[in-house]
Design a protein around this ligand. Structure first.
Ligand code: HEM
Length: 552
């Protein structure tokens, strides 16, 4: 690949055109003076680029590439990009179909250049995600786009810089610290309940008998932003209690899964944001405005935090304080980390809470079982009572709470797809992988694979996560390997916030299910997971909610 890139890459082909033109001037002067030098140079460039195109699109993938034996659709628009524009059904299903089409393949070639390879069997993931993790990075085009939203934060940085920041951030995610966060998360869940009750009281009429239709994604996003506000920077944002908040509005606008935004993100991911930026498209200005506004808010938050620490007014163990106190980072680096934790730490869990509420609306029998289980453990209206001393311990042991949460995370992995690019020549299993190859992992496909989860892989069955013999919660769901459940990925680049996210989900689900009953208030065919990095229901999630405790 390296020799071929050097010989037939864009710079070499351009240089060769210059040499060819010079030779032509020397060898065929009459011919050159008849047609003119511009025509000659233009013709040479055109011929060389045409040859380059034929070489890369046909000759290299079929005759020279070390990946030429890998079977697959080798499509002009690969499934990785197609999944962003597909309209019919969930985009992750494209990868389930591909694996059905090529059932015996460990690796599947997705694009016509043979450079984008899907890892179709979890056995190979250990190499990609753990053993050879630092031989790969996020593809540069994708990082460049994400960097506009997340800065140079933990998600977008690579190699030594990544190792350093991850090590410095890990203490904020230790199990003991997450346990200490449960009461804060519980109290935020209580505030959400009060706000929803108020909303229902204002909206309900005599006909609706004290119930109201609410759109949940917005509320889920607000409460998770409040939680990450405290845990990430020790700041009470109180977004749930406000009619509008600039931070929440900016994220909502940025991550809204509308068609034009998805097209904009798809094109930026495929061709790079600098290319798309050259076009006169209003989305460019909107995107720059939204991301710059977030940048500015985070810069101000850091200044305030530094001041508070200097004045010794900061005794919080939040992520930002922790990073400031290491004295290893300047304000720009801190701003990028904060941007990452705010975005990665709230929209993801908000999406998970939305999907679990949807599944419980579709399966009222599990809603009832979950309510009974939490009521037995914590009382009929646990938000009104005293907190148990070991809230985390109690919630973690509840089998249905665990089962509903894990099954939601399995069926609706918030990040359904991830990609890596080989930074150097390397190997996955027995397969040599040349530098520049893109590896695609469909988290959605692995999590829903019938080979792993059985013929009922697509069904919601919280019992998978409950031991048949002793009725206790388990962490494997019946799968044999860690690579069978990929919602948080695995290895050094796995989700640092996974226990944080689960703690939030436990507190929010236990509170919601003991405060309301709900069912779907929209046409089910309209509920389609959509989004570029994370998935949300495209047309929102409308639920008819009824309070269980009047006057709450
Ligand atoms: C249900 C909730 C969540 C899901 C499904 C989720 C999923 C993921 C996935 C799949 C990755 C790997 C992305 C990739 O490499 O392509 C990731 C990385 C990350 N997540 Fe999460 N996440 C969740 C919640 C959170 C929360 C609550 C936080 C912070 C409080 C967080 C912070 C991060 C960070 C910083 C990374 C980058 C880690 C690294 O590269 O070292 N996530 N997450």
């Amino acid at each position: 690949m390296t020799i071929a890139s050097q010989l037939f890459g864009f710079p070499s082909l351009t240089l060769a055109a210059a040499v060819e033109s010079l030779l032509a001037v020397r060898l065929f002067p009459d011919y050159v003076s008849a047609y003119g030098r511009f025509t000659l140079v233009g013709g040479a460039l055109l011929a060389n680029y045409a040859f380059g195109l034929i070489f890369w699109a046909f000759l290299y993938p079929n005759f020279f590439s070390p990946l030429r034996h890998i079977r697959g659709p080798r499509a002009v628009i690969s499934a990785a990009y197609n999944s962003l524009i597909v309209k019919e059904g969930p985009s992750g299903d494209l990868f389930l179909d591909l694996v059905k089409q090529y059932p015996d393949e460990n690796l599947i070639a997705l694009d016509c250049f043979g450079r984008q390879i899907m890892v179709a069997k979890p056995q190979l993931l250990a190499d990609l995600l753990v053993h050879k993790c630092y031989d790969f990075s996020k593809p540069k085009r994708i990082s460049a786009f994400l960097r506009r939203i997340l800065g140079d934060g933990l998600i977008t940085i690579e190699e030594d810089q990544h190792k350093f920041i991850r090590k410095n951030t890990m203490p904020a995610f230790h199990a003991r610290h997450i346990t200490d966060l449960y009461p804060m998360m519980w109290s935020k869940a209580g505030i959400l309940t009060k706000a929803l009750n108020r909303e229902i009281a204002n909206a309900s009429s005599t006909e609706s008998k004290g119930s109201a239709v609410l759109e949940l994604t917005n509320w889920a996003s607000k409460v998770t932003l409040d939680i990450i506000g405290i845990a990430g920077m020790g700041r009470a944002l109180n977004v749930v209690e406000k009619a509008n908040d600039p931070l929440q509005e900016l994220y909502e606008e940025l991550l809204e899964p509308d068609r034009e935004k998805i097209l904009f993100a798809t094109l930026s991911l495929a061709f790079g944001f600098p290319v798309i930026r050259m076009f006169p498209w209003k989305m460019n200005n909107l995107f720059i405005y939204l991301t710059s506004s977030l940048d500015n808010i985070c810069r101000d938050l850091i200044k305030e935090k530094r001041k508070a620490i200097i004045q010794n007014k900061d005794d919080h163990f939040d992520i930002l304080s922790l990073l400031i106190k290491t004295d290893n980072f300047d304000d720009e680096v801190l701003k990028d980390q904060l941007l990452t934790f705010l975005a990665a730490g709230h929209e993801t869990t908000a999406s998970a809470l939305t999907w679990s509420s949807y599944l419980l609306a579709k399966h009222p029998e599990y809603q009832k079982k979950l309510r009974e289980e939490v009521t037995v453990a914590l009382g009929e209206n646990p938000q009104a009572g005293d907190l148990p001393a070991d809230l985390a311990g109690v919630l973690k042991q509840l089998p249905y709470l665990n089962g509903v949460m894990q099954e939601t995370l399995r069926l609706f992995p918030t990040v359904p797809l991830t990609m890596r690019e080989a930074l150097r020549d390397t190997q996955i299993g027995d397969q040599f992988v040349p530098k520049g190859t893109e590896m695609v992992v469909s988290i959605w496909q692995v999590n829903r694979s019938p080979d792993i989860w059985g013929p009922d892989a697509g069904e919601f069955k919280p019992e998978r996560w409950i031991n048949a013999d002793d009725g206790k919660a388990n962490r494997h769901g019946g799968a044999k390997s860690n690579y069978d459940f990929l919602t948080f990925l695995q290895g050094p680049r796995s989700c640092i916030g996974q226990e944080f996210a689960k703690a939030e989900m436990r507190c929010l689900l236990a509170t919601l299910v003991t405060s309301f009953t709900w069912d779907l208030a929209m046409d089910e065919s309209k509920i389609v997971p959509r989004g570029v990095i994370t998935i949300k229901p495209e047309h929102g999630m409308y639920l008819r909610m009824r309070p269980l405790h009047h006057g709450a």
